[in-house]
Design a protein around this ligand. Structure first.
Ligand code: FES
Length: 134
């Protein structure tokens, strides 16, 4: 980790999905001055296997392990009316509890009424963690 490379270690507080996430449930142990999020599998075991995901309401992100070597980080806010999306484990779909929109694991709309895709951030899979660039 270089001096210009800022890191944020998320130690907990994210919700493992399957249900709608309550706003305001942020992280523990966040280090300020962050340019990336590091999500250790020890703290986020769902991310250790393809299909697993975590919603991070404080960062307005959802991170999904899409394969053994890939992951995506998407906005967790619906593009229609800004509701918090949920991620049913193993589904590769994000669901909006407000009006039923669904998004695929690349952020594309698969069911309206939302029409705009979700924003995406770069994510990489390491040996023990997933790193998201903010
Ligand atoms: S806010 Fe998501 S579909 Fe209405």
């Amino acid at each position: 980790m270089g001096l210009t490379r800022r890191r944020l270690l998320l130690l907990g507080g994210a919700s493992l999905l399957g249900s709608c996430i309550a706003p305001g449930s942020g992280f523990d142990g966040a280090v300020p001055d962050a340019g990336e999020l590091v999500l250790p599998f020890a703290q986020y075991p769902a991310l250790a296997q393809p299909g697993g995901g975590v919603v991070l309401p404080g960062e307005q992100l959802v991170v999904i392990r899409t394969s053994a070597t890939t992951a995506v980080a998407l906005s967790s806010i619906c593009t229609r009316d800004h509701c918090q999306l949920s991620y049913p484990q193993g589904s590769f779909l994000l669901e909006c509890p407000c009006d039923g929109s669904k998004f695929d694991s690349q952020g594309g709309v698969v069911k309206g009424p939302a029409t705009k895709p979700l924003a995406q951030r770069p994510a990489t899979v390491g040996a023990d963690e997933i790193t998201v660039r903010l």
